[in-house]
Write a protein that binds this ligand. Sequence first.
Ligand code: PLP
Length: 450
Amino acid sequence: MSDNHLPTAELQALDAAHHMHPFTDGYELAQKGARIITKANGVWLTDSEGEEILDAMAGLWCVNIGYGREELAEVAARQMKQLPYYNTFFQTSHVPAIMLAKKLAELAPGDLNHVFFNGSGSDSNDTNLRMVRHYWALKGQPERFNVIARWNGYHGSTMGSGSLGGMRGIHAQGGLPIPGIHHIDQPDWWSEGGEMSPEDFGLQRAQELEKKILELGPETVAAFIAEPVQGAGGVIVPPETYWPEIQRIVDKYDILMIVDEVITGFGRTGNWFGCETMGITPYIMTCAKGITSGYIPLGASLVSDRIAEVINGSEFAHGYTYAGHPVACAVALENIRLLEEEGIVERAGKEIAPYLKAKWEALTDHPLVGEAKIVGLMGSIALTPDKASRAPFKAPAGSVGVICRERCFANNLVMRHVGDRMVISPPLTITKAEVDMLIERARTSLDETF
Ligand code: PLP
């Protein structure tokens, strides 16, 4: 494809004039002009000025297989020519959806043998919310309506998924949360653990779930939803005591556990799914992003036998026109085939993750870096003016993170900031030499931050 395009300044002016960006301060964008990405290969982006940028975020935590895999483009073109669109509503089905559902059921742990396709992570969580409430209604317990989630969790930005998420900035706009959703505190030891040991803190935060269930009445609680490792909240890796205690509590009160694997799925944590890494047994799993490595939108709710048997007994009045789109399903199948056959998930978990972990954790020798956390290929560092007290910066929260992100960008490295935490989630195909470059650029950017 030709690289010819309008000059960057002209593109930026058009962008500012006509294009409304998600999660972006439009005023700031109009002053600075967007950085315009024109192509990509492997872990490398190219911008409209021809600069090459190391993408340590795999886009938005999604390009697990890396950019530029022609196999995916070819499968998409083939499928588009054969059957560009059909749906699975009203007693029809199509081959890509059938084959992908079968493949996902094989890959997923436990008895997550059933797949309800969606279009994205957000609408998958909307599906899950309705499905668990509908399940209990069909079981004759409609009062099981409440769903418990976590502050600083992220599950999307629709009315339902944004309500499940615990991002106060999202709740502040547009009338969220919707009724029947409750939040407990997150297991972020660095910021909120005070004098407690991480282990005690993990237990205490998990036990907040039991307190909330008892406060609401166990007979009113439908489900608990969480990410195995919070991603958009800042790659918060919970203390080891956390998940076993959560599992004990949901089992005790028969609360349906929904794990949101939109980021952690498809190899991100070193195994195919984050619940395997964290030892969690879910009744529903949310998938998106890595399912197609972001090449095309697709979401999926993986559902256990217990729930599917009840939901499939009558009509679930729910579905999206583009859910299980045949082109997206074909791309997902090819993406999974390549991840499997080329051993990409295995190599990322066994070879790259330990290599990256050693280098990432060594960043704590930098004066600005407090804790460094990493699971598989998702990591975070907490920036602090005082490592001993774990104090936050006095400046408005996140402003040091913004400076660091800007320095990274200037040094041709994409790292995201979440408040004053810097996060990474590179393509699983990153090489050791590219890990070295990532760390080197991160260090330079940290040096330039303060
Ligand atoms: N759930 C989690 C854990 C996510 O990280 C995201 C997006 O980042 C979503 C859901 C929402 O997915 P989407 O942006 O595809 O709607």
